[in-house]
Unconditional design. Sequence first.
Length: 690
Amino acid sequence: MPAYPGLGLDLRYHDQVEGRRDLYPMGIHQNCYGSDSEMLLVREVAMMTIIDRLSDKPDFHVKVFDDAIAKKWTEEALALPVKQVYDEIVKGSEYNGNDLGYHRRKATNRLDFILDEGCLDYCIKELRAKAEFFKKTGLIPTLDATASIAKSDTMVDESLHNALRAAFSRLEEDQKDSPDWHPRTSEIVQDLVHPSMYPLVYGRTRVFADEVVGVEDAIDKWAGKGDIIPQLEPEPNPKDLRNARGSRFSGASDAGIGKVTPSFWSPKYQWLPANVKLQDDGSVKFTSYINNLHPVKYRDIYGTIEKLIEKALPAWDLCLARYRHHRLEGAGRTKPRFPRPNNPDDGNEANWSPPFDEVEMPQREREGSSESNVSEDEFGKEEIEERDEQGYIYSHTPKAAHWYEIRKPVQPEVPEFEAWDYGVKPGKSLREQFDGLQVIVKMASIELGPGKPKSPPGGWHVEGQMNEHIVGTALYYLDSENVTPSHLQFRMQTSYDQEYRDVEQDSYTWMERVYGSWLSGGICLQSYGSVETKEGRLLAFPNVFHHRVTDFGLKDEMKTGHRRFIALWLVDPLTRIISTANVPPQQQSWWMENTFDRLGKGEETKVPPAIAQLILEKAPGHPGLEAAGKGKQSLPEELMDIVRNELEDVVPMSLEEARAHRLKLMDVRTVFQEGTRETWAEVEYSFCEH
């Protein structure tokens, strides 16, 4: 009999023991193996951004081979304002993007320049390599260093694009009388399909241990059946979760993923994926229903989403990496372009310009010396004492003090270009490794209008809790009308232990400047930049990236506008979880419609009046049952109580109950996301401690 985390296995079961079996990393907790980025130079992040923006240009894959155009692009990139580029990169490495360190930085700590001709020459060469890969696959690796993102504006052809737009239009039309506005979004975000409605609820949801629930038969054959999954732990109070975060490893699980506190799993809720089969002909087929998308009424929409998953598979192949034997293996880039500096210590004079020996003292300093006949060399040896901004006292010579004041960091030179092999190795694609996958589906529309002209920025997050085991995301932006451009920002956590053992105590100023990081108490976060989320774009990335959407608004505030997208979340193929194949549809309206809609058409007598009355107690308002309940047949009250108790949990979940569970789920996840951000913030660089 199959077993799943939370059903036959411990809720926090994780089979991929690091060092013994492969795993797909998740960035949910700072201790999840394989989810760290190396520290990246500001220069490298700027180069990644330039390459991304240039690859957005129409026909970039043709124009980049024109030397005249490439020269023009180089000139444009070198002319970008340094402050704007530097600040965007550094802010992305902060806790919430604009606090906890950023405002402590002095403007004088910025680099005077970031990019040079050598950097842009490298960018053009890399862009040409990516252009060749794009010609073969339709995919562009972007913002890639320790981890990779994949984008494409051509993978989804016009036919599929139009089919997805038609699907959204149909769902919106069918839901127009009662649109499902996502709670706490001021009626801006409309959920068409969302996994937080009718999720797996421990202690309420009926399940099967075997994967028996399909698509077409899901309602007719299985709705209302199965055994209630037990709740093995008490439901946590969100306030208790906040208090529990203070104990970093209290009761932590070490189930193959490092020390992770128990609150990173929910003992009450889990999103339900649908199962898909990867067929021999290259197509994808749902073998269980999509939660909250009617499997009979919208069977054609299922086919459309299947085609989108087909398009997402190569993108996931490109950007998902496995963590194996303490290293990442994947088609996308898994290491930075720049090697680690050989000697990053502040005492290395080669890290600074001008060199110490070339420093000339200002005339006023020489005239102020008590011994005006002292030679330059002797002058440079005269001892003085000064305090830095923190009040620490150092001993310098006047010449050294002047050098410290005027010197600028010498940035590492760009290495020789070495093309990355983006091809998926034989036998390593998802299709070659697995017969089937599990995918969670979300369909949403952001609706703006004269009364609500702006969509605020999102919060930094990764997808799901540990329960969902989400390892990859694919987003398709299918419709943008009358809205300003928006971007998805990305960052990763880094390790507090950077192994720079050759940096002396408090001798890391050069590193702070060239890496754009606060290395004494600064948070271990690495900005990766942002990607535009324009119409027609497929965007895929591993769940090691923290990400958030930027704000956007109406172009013409006198008209309405919208941005519509579909999200596909890939469950770890190595850890199968409870899915809709185990859980019959929980929607009461689907069950009622399928079971009782023929009543009132001369078939009222098929349901005993007493039973009809009892069902109406749980699900009032159905015309057919009301007609059946008007019959004269009755049962003794004692028997009615027995039947009532039997029916208590048989009738599936009402809309009101599902919405109540959604709010509770959101409360728990809000606290969870706050907790993840706080755990990220707990990990700080400590270069001052040796």
